[in-house]
Ligand binder design. Structure first.
Ligand SMILES: *Cc1c(COP(=O)(O)O)cnc(C)c1O
Length: 397
């Protein structure tokens, strides 16, 4: 037996060693509602200020950290194996600020074509105004991404599996190519969570998370985080602090609560989603199931090489003969599946994504009508029964 903690154990224990002895007798940190931090005298204030930049700062001002927020950022650091972590009021705020931390006017960003849609909009509209040019590279590039790196390329951004496409990237190859040219890499690890993929082990420099999804886990929280290695810490810290990114203490407490049960929830999401994905792949109405843990997935071998598990979100492509109207009716007939954006909560969701890929992707690989499923924590037999009834009604159309 190794003395090293497993990730499920780390989910429970991390961030619970109270920094500066701020709390010692409760299992969870108190919700510190703080703007002002009081000092005994000016010497103490100056000492606290001196710790700025150390990565383990003393408490100086609410926005720069409280025992509640340090409990979460310490936990995220330990889970990802990072040097420091910062919170933002949403996943998108964390991502946009992390991008700003690495890019200056005149520089170039290599962005994966299958990136989460709102990030694409940020690149195309906001970064353009800042004089940063974005090129969308095909999700399947590996080492050959080196041919896409320009002299002014400052950052390569990855997200694996890709939003809505569920294609897996060769993270190690992309990071090796970027590193060889001195280019920083950033990755969105929301789908896998720190349980199932460890970006730093594959060469990534900066990890971004929508804690809104699995880590929050209960569909009642918006939050994002940036986790960095030592090299990227100063630039990320400056951007997060200078743009005033932080999160409210009550929300941070919800994220910590979610984190404690992350590993049992993920195992349940994984098991049910896998069974349902396998079931879908045997149905005649279905053209293809986009789930990287299925052997039929085009990058299944990459997924097997790199990932420790799969989460509860995947796509199902239906044959062309089924109209958008018929598929919409099927989704509306579900009793167990809600219709809504987001995912990662306890409840199952179904979201038709007809035509979302083609017009927004430079290198789209599939065009059939798709429904994205988030498999929640309901009983699997109830879910299968609902899905089966839905397909029966579709076939009768
Ligand atoms: C939802 C999501 C985000 C954004 O998170 P918000 O908290 O909704 O801003 C970023 N990346 C991925 C992959 C997501 O699914």
């Amino acid at each position: 037996m190794s003395a090293q903690k497993s990730i499920p154990t780390t989910c429970v224990t991390s961030g619970r060693t109270a920094r500066a002895g701020a709390h010692t007798h409760t299992a969870n940190p108190p919700i510190y509602q703080a703007s002002t931090i009081l000092f005994d005298n000016m010497t103490a204030l100056r000492e606290a200020q001196k710790s700025y930049g150390s990565g383990r700062e003393a408490y100086t001002y609410g926005r720069l950290g409280t025992p509640t927020s340090f409990a979460l950022t310490d936990a995220l650091c330990e889970l990802e194996g990072g040097y420091s972590a910062f919170l933002a009021p949403s996943g998108l705020a964390a991502i946009s600020t992390a991008l700003l931390s690495q890019l200056s006017s005149g520089q170039h960003l290599l962005m994966v074509d299958t990136v989460y849609g709102p990030v694409r909009k940020f690149c195309d509209e906001f970064l353009v105004r800042m004089g940063v040019q974005t090129t969308y590279y095909p999700v399947r590039l590996g080492l050959d991404i080196q041919d896409w790196i320009q002299t002014n390329t400052a950052l390569v951004y990855l997200e694996s599996p890709g939003s809505l496409s569920f294609e897996i990237q060769d993270t190690a190859a992309i990071c090796a190519a970027a590193k060889a040219k001195g280019v920083t890499t950033m990755m969105d690890n929301t789908w896998a969570t720190p349980l199932f993929f460890k970006p730093f082990e594959h060469g990534v420099d900066i990890i971004v998370h929508a804690l809104t999804k699995y880590i929050g886990g209960h569909s009642d929280l918006m939050m994002g985080a940036v986790v960095c290695n030592e090299h990227s810490h100063p630039s990320v810290r400056n951007a997060m602090h200078q743009t005033g990114q932080f999160s409210g203490s009550g929300d941070i407490s919800l994220a910590l609560r979610g984190l404690r049960t992350l590993s049992v929830r993920m195992k349940a999401h994984e098991a049910s989603a896998l069974k349902i994905a396998q079931w879908f792949s045997q149905q005649s109405e279905v053209a293809q199931v986009l789930h990287p843990a299925l052997s039929s997935h085009p990058q299944h071998e990459l997924w097997q090489r790199d990932f420790r598990g799969s989460s509860g979100l995947f796509g199902v492509l239906f044959h062309e003969k089924y109209s958008e109207e018929a598929l919409t009716q099927m989704v509306e007939s579900y009793k167990m599946f809600g219709i809504g954006f987001s995912w990662g909560g306890f409840e199952s969701l179904a979201l038709p994504t007809f035509g979302h890929l083609k017009p927004t992707r430079d290198h789209a690989t599939h065009t059939l009508p798709m429904i994205r499923y988030q498999i929640g924590l309901e009983d699997i037999d109830d879910l299968l029964c609902d899905l089966s009834d839905g397909l029966k009604s579709l076939s009768m159309k």
